[in-house]
Design a binder for this molecule. Structure first.
Ligand SMILES: [Fe+2]
Ligand SMILES: [Fe+2]
Length: 284
């Protein structure tokens, strides 16, 4: 396996997320729960169900376009049964960083949801057995940004400013400031949280998909989804350069022009659905 880079001190800090003073307590709690290798479906289900806000966020997510089930899923136990432990663990993490994303990085939530939707669509098209797992990869691929921002706000802002000034990508600027990128940070956490290797690699190599050894298809899907969602554009996501698509990943997926048009249409539809929902919420 191609090794995820080690950058000693940073990695150790990121891995001790439950000790970071800047990380909110719910995320710390969820983090230590995910580190438990014996976590059962029932335990996870009852943890989620004990929190009504978390329950409604998870149900909203499983009923969104990113998962596309034809019938409404109305209970956590049904969601766990349909989606499996890994997907629910990923969603739990996704919704728990949701509030952080909204507050700290404008547009990252919309970007992540867009990637989850597109990743699932492509995974299904490619006949992957568990397209929902690839959707979770899309949802969590930039989670390292949230952690970097929470723990190193100044350096993270400096990296973003450098990316804008020099017209380089965010991850290139992070490499200069941290000697690691949000992709590395995300993969360290995914490993610590015992996520499956396809999730670890898709997060860790989403900007360098050619380095993936054990999940090259999933990684290519997240890599291409990321670029397509950025190219389509979402709120607050338009100030750094759109990452380039690696020709090898593009070839691996073999998407046609019609496929790309369909992906853009889906993104447009889900964006206007979300905007409509926001308006409704604000009106009440
Ligand atoms: Fe990224
Ligand atoms: Fe991204």
């Amino acid at each position: 396996m191609t090794e995820i880079p080690e950058t000693g001190e940073l990695r150790a800090k990121v891995e001790s997320i439950s000790a970071l003073p800047t990380v909110p307590s719910t995320l710390k709690q969820i983090s230590s729960m995910l580190e438990n290798s014996r976590l059962s479906v029932n335990e996870l289900g009852s943890f989620i169900s004990s929190d009504p806000a978390l329950t409604s966020k998870i149900l909203k997510m499983v009923n969104s376009a990113a998962y596309g089930f034809p019938n409404r899923i109305s209970s956590i136990s049904h969601a766990v049964m349909l989606l499996g432990l890994n997907v629910i663990r990923g969603l739990l993490l996704g919704v728990s960083v949701f509030d952080l994303m909204q507050k700290h990085i404008v547009g990252l939530w919309e970007h992540s949801m867009g990637c989850a939707t597109v990743s699932r669509w492509i995974a299904q098209k490619k006949g992957i057995k568990e397209p929902e797992e690839v959707s979770v990869c899309g949802l969590l691929h930039d989670i390292g940004k949230v952690i970097l921002l929470l723990h190193y706000p100044t350096q993270f802002d400096n990296a973003s400013a450098l990316a804008r000034e020099k017209g380089i990508t965010q991850h290139e600027a992070e490499k200069i400031h941290f000697d690691a990128t949000h992709a590395d940070v995300g993969s360290w956490l995914a490993m610590k949280w015992r996520f499956p290797i396809n999730l670890v690699e898709a997060i860790g190599f989403h900007h360098q998909p050619h380095l993936s050894r054990q999940a090259s298809l999933e990684t290519a899907i997240v890599h291409v989804s990321d670029a397509l969602v950025r190219a389509k554009g979402t709120v607050g996501d338009n100030y750094t350069r759109v990452p380039e698509i690696r020709p090898s990943s593009w070839e691996l997926l073999g998407l046609s022009d019609d496929d790309v048009m369909e992906i853009f249409n889906i993104l447009e539809e889900t964006a206007s659905e979300e905007a409509g929902e926001k308006e409704c919420q604000e009106a009440y």
